[in-house]
Ligand binder design. Structure first.
Ligand code: MSP
Length: 662
């Protein structure tokens, strides 16, 4: 058996805050990392940020700050999200890390020394607006295919990597390693791409055009192409962020998880770069599909970007993790909608899993004093044997599905066992057995089987929904820890000595949650942290009737999902001026962390433009832009007052711009 597993996510551009697409890959990687850890592998799980290049330089320029400050400001949004999503990463790389940059330069130099990088004049169609070249076939009617502005023919000095040299070796490698590019449809796409002649790759950008990057060690006037810098992260992290001094230990990577849009850069650019460097290729590159939202492409301008934090706030971290991996086969595109989320949540988490846990633990409490009884062999029936057999088949099935990155099938198999266990309860009816003292041995056997099935499920769900697994482990009174390689040997039915007491606890997945108000109240017990926060609290307090506050007509109420649509952010006022011919309107320039915005606000009677710069306020960041007296307003400020402004909502000046307000 292999004993190491190295999994990576793409390193994300820091041009904006993370969205569901970033969360998707990172959660998938986390499931694999957790699974292989408890299977006894030595795991290295790497994620991080791609901080150089045009996109980041442009985002920083838009926010009016230098690129490094911009990266430093956005970095916590990613790190915090990974903490919220329980991502068990081993290393977090940033391409602006000095050691990474030095390693990129070393790679460039070694390829240059081997004459695998050469200099040549490059002529192409250049779009000044997008700051990029297009090839002849991209350009339509002399226009940039992206922004439709005219392009011009430009020549510049460039360095090229001799990628073409590796075309045939790469084709041979893909053909002889069926697992190298997955799923198979994507493998065929790459092979199709490689049927056309593979050109050499331009790996440099003149600093006059792009300065934010790693300088070429052999030409100080150029920086390297962002992908040459970014891809090297998979190797460089092992050198300076690894747990061991042996940087070769985890190479080649077991699997690079990537979105379908960046498969070519990985399968072709990265593979040929590695061939040039004389390093083995990764064992596998898996390209997953893309999420649309309510059938539409997700984009900022459409205002439909799914914010992972808001989903966690509303449904709980485990429900979010579960949905993403359960809803769609990993290699395929999927659609995200609140209704699909609610259906899965209610049917599979609340009704199936939550209910099974709650029923079983209640019966262990009521009929067995919170102790798992020993089973009585003589009272065993076929129902027991079916349950034990299905549970024993579970782990070999999960092994197989996760080796194929079929997360949805692994979860389907787990759910199959949950459903069988619920049927088992219905058929064995322990509450009837409990009424008849002659059935005591049979009751014990049934209760034992329920504890065992919960134990198997706890281990099985752990990689996917670890907080729920931890809650189940505690409630079952199991004394093991998930830090141990609990599945190094597959569990054997009837093999565990229960010594602790069981506890029922609160509902793991409260039913019909989406219709209930949620809030920020934090749950303290480990057992309930997997649940959405306030929903659990409401159940216990009962202080607010489920219809809302008494006296408030339902039509005036909004659900949390409506409120969550409003993105409130901390903003710093950079500049303010009056709008000519208006005594009420001021034009503000504000920094909202990720960018600079212009906001027109009706606060001119209350404030002078001079007193506002430097003040920290709250703005609605996702309001459709509108024109007020012909001036575009890209948001709204929050202020107390109705017709007359009483006060802007000021925050302490050290509140960082971009921080979410809720
Ligand atoms: N920085 C590069 C990757 C360099 S890896 C050496 C990059 N970054 S990115 O932030 O733009 O994208 C990161 C990942 O997010 C990609 O894998 C991309 O496929 C994924 N997604 C972006 N939008 C997505 C969806 N709507 N759905 C699923 N994943 C999506 O590319």
């Amino acid at each position: 058996m292999k004993n190491k597993f190295y999994v990576t996510t793409p390193i994300y551009y820091v041009n904006d805050v993370p969205h569901i697409g970033h969360a998707y890959t990172t959660i998938a990687a986390d499931v694999l990392a957790r699974f292989y850890r408890i299977r006894g592998y030595d795991v290295f799980f790497l994620t991080g940020l791609d901080e150089h290049g045009q996109k980041v330089q442009q985002a920083a320029a838009k926010a009016g700050i230098d690129p490094q400050t911009h990266c430093d400001r956005l970095m916590p949004a990613f790190k915090n999200l990974w903490a919220t999503l329980n991502i068990s990463l081993d290393a977090f790389i940033r391409t602006t890390d000095k050691p990474h940059q030095a390693i990129v330069q070393r790679c460039l130099q070694s390829l240059y020394d081997k004459d695998l990088i050469y200099q040549a004049e490059y002529t192409g169609w250049y779009c000044t607006f997008d700051e990029r070249f297009w090839t002849e076939k991209d350009v339509e009617n002399g226009q940039c295919p992206d922004c439709r502005r005219p392009v011009e023919q430009v020549s510049e000095r460039n360095y090229f990597f001799r990628m073409s040299r590796y075309q045939q070796p790469l084709i041979d490698h893909i053909k002889s390693h069926p697992e190298f590019i997955r799923p198979e449809s994507r493998r065929n796409e790459v092979l199709g791409f490689l049927q056309k002649p593979l050109e050499d790759l331009s790996i440099s950008r003149p600093k006059s055009r792009l300065s934010w990057g790693v300088e070429l060690p052999f030409d100080r006037d150029c920086v390297t192409y962002v992908w040459f810098d970014a891809l090297v992260n998979y190797l460089s992290a092992l050198e300076y962020l690894g747990r061991t001094t042996d940087a070769t230990k985890f190479w080649p990577a077991s699997v690079h998880l990537v979105g379908k849009d960046i498969l070519t850069t990985h399968a072709v650019y990265w593979s040929t770069m590695l061939m040039g460097m004389g390093r083995p290729l990764p064992e596998s590159i898996f390209a997953h599909g893309w999420w649309t939202v309510d059938g539409e492409k997700m984009s900022k301008s459409r205002g439909n970007v799914v914010a992972p934090n808001a989903m966690v706030e509303q449904f709980g971290v485990d429900a979010f993790r579960y949905f993403l991996l359960r809803e769609v086969p990993f290699g395929q595109d999927g659609d995200f909608s609140h209704s699909a989320f609610e259906s899965r949540y209610n049917a599979e988490l609340a009704n199936d899993l939550g209910n099974l846990v709650s029923r079983s633990l209640t019966m262990l409490g009521n009929f067995s004093n919170n102790l798992v009884p020993a089973m009585d062999q003589k009272s065993q029936t076929d129902l027991d044997r079916e349950l034990a057999q299905t549970a024993s088949n579970l782990f070999p099935a999960i092994d197989k599905h996760l080796a194929n990155l079929e997360f949805n099938r692994a979860l389907e198999t787990i759910l199959g066992l949950v459903q069988l266990a619920n049927q088992y309860i219905d058929k064995t009816a322990p509450w009837t057995l409990a009424k008849d003292p002659a059935q005591d041995a049979r009751l014990k056997t049934v209760l034992f089987h329920l504890a065992e099935v919960l134990r198997f499920l706890t281990l099985a769900i752990y990689p996917f929904i670890p907080t729920t697994a931890e809650a189940m482990r505690t409630r079952l009174g199991m004394t093991v820890s998930f830090d141990q390689a609990l599945l190094a040997n597959l569990p054997v039915w009837g093999d565990y000595a229960y010594t602790g007491e069981t506890t029922k606890g609160t509902s793991l997945f409260p039913k019909n949650l989406p219709k209930k108000p949620t809030g920020q109240a934090a749950e303290s017990s480990a057992a309930s942290t997997a649940s959405p926060k306030k929903a659990v609290k409401d159940k216990k307090d009962n202080s607010i009737p489920s219809g809302g506050e008494p006296g408030l007509p339902p039509a005036d109420q909004i659900g949390i999902e409506d409120f969550m649509k409003v993105q409130l952010k901390v903003a710093k006022i950079l500049h303010a001026e009056r709008i000519p011919k208006s005594d009420k309107l001021l034009k503000l320039q504000v920094d909202i962390g990720t960018e600079r915005r212009q906001i027109v606000a009706g606060i001119g009677k209350k404030y002078t433009p001079e007193e506002l710069p430097g003040r920290t306020i709250v703005v609605v960041a996702n309001l459709k832009p509108a024109k007020l007296m012909g001036v575009e307003s890209q948001g709204m400020v929050l202020a107390a007052g109705d017709k007359d402004v009483v006060s802007l909502l000021f925050l302490p000046d050290d509140a960082p711009p971009g921080t979410k307000v809720k």
